[in-house]
Design a protein around this ligand. Structure first.
Ligand code: KIV
Ligand code: NA
Length: 277
């Protein structure tokens, strides 16, 4: 079908149709996620945790993000692909940050970039948008700041924090962001922010009162993801299926039951005679 655009995404909010987003990190995951019908694919820096095995997103580099974005965009023909700017890639000069955002599009073929933060990013968001780079904001629990936040925990629980989140969301919208990911926030706060903003609010651990949802692929399909936060729903246990398949292979190889006759090539009668005399 036709490629999904930022205006399609915005129209979904106007029509109160939920927006669907999921992460993917490589060709097969992107292919399956797209075939399942998501609107948006996020090449999240969560790849550091679920694909590369780090215990936070902090070690993820620009080169990691470009490498994985290339694989995803080779598979995604219809879904709108957004890629995360990794830790520290947008905290130097605005010029450096715009350049890094541009690399995700020019080298990775992403259609937009996502960055963690609120009002402090307003100038950068505007500069990206001026350069033709669509921007998704990300507020609430921002995993790149995990050591500052003191862990992966719910944000915006008290009134002052909730108001701060709203102000950050408004600042991002005014700066030109076309959507905002809101992570790990009480549902009532999500509802208030979603109602006040014109751009779509895509929640993760933020309840049902927003314009769309995003989850991490490995969490949703149960693909060896280490921790399952409260807000995750596992729709499959694909890790069990994979482990059983590989264990079956190991057993059959050890018992010489694999390969079976149907998996084997044969030389001609003539060659066989000469080989074996
Ligand atoms: O990196 C990621 O997967 C994300 C989502 C959880 C929003 O940023
Ligand atoms: Na991320």
């Amino acid at each position: 079908g036709k490629q999904i655009t930022t205006s399609d995404i915005r129209k979904k909010k106007e029509a109160s149709i939920p927006i669907t987003m999921m992460t993917a990190y490589d060709f097969p995951s992107a292919k399956l996620v797209e075939e399942a019908g998501v609107d948006m694919i996020l090449v999240g820096d969560s790849l550091g945790m679920v694909v590369l095995g780090y215990d936070s997103t902090i070690p993820v580099t620009m080169d990691d993000m470009i490498h994985h974005t290339k694989a995803v965009t080779r598979a995604a023909k219809r879904a709108f692909v957004v890629t995360d700017l990794p830790f520290l890639s947008y905290h130097g000069t605005v010029e450096e940050a715009v350049k890094n955002a541009g690399r995700l599009m020019q080298e990775g073929f992403a259609k937009a970039v996502k960055m963690e933060g609120g009002r402090e990013l307003a100038q950068l968001v505007t500069r990206c948008v001026q350069a033709g780079i669509p921007v998704v904001g990300h507020i609430g629990l921002t995993p790149q700041s995990v050591h500052q936040l003191g862990g992966y925990k719910v944000q915006g629980r008290d009134l002052a924090q909730a108001q701060r989140l709203l102000e950050d969301a408004i600042a991002l919208q005014e700066a030109g962001a076309f959507a905002i990911v809101l992570e790990c926030v009480p549902e009532e706060v999500t509802g208030m922010i979603s109602q006040k903003l014109d751009i779509p609010i895509i929640g993760i651990g933020a309840g049902v009162t927003c314009d769309g949802q995003v989850l991490v692929f490995h969490d949703v399909v149960g693909y060896a993801s280490q921790i399952t936060p409260k807000f995750v729903k596992r729709y499959a246990e694909i890790g069990d299926t994979i482990r059983e398949a590989v264990a079956g292979y190991v057993k059959e190889v050890e018992e010489r039951r694999f390969p079976a006759p149907e998996h084997v090539f044969h030389a001609s009668e003539d060659t066989i005679k000469q080989l074996y005399g």
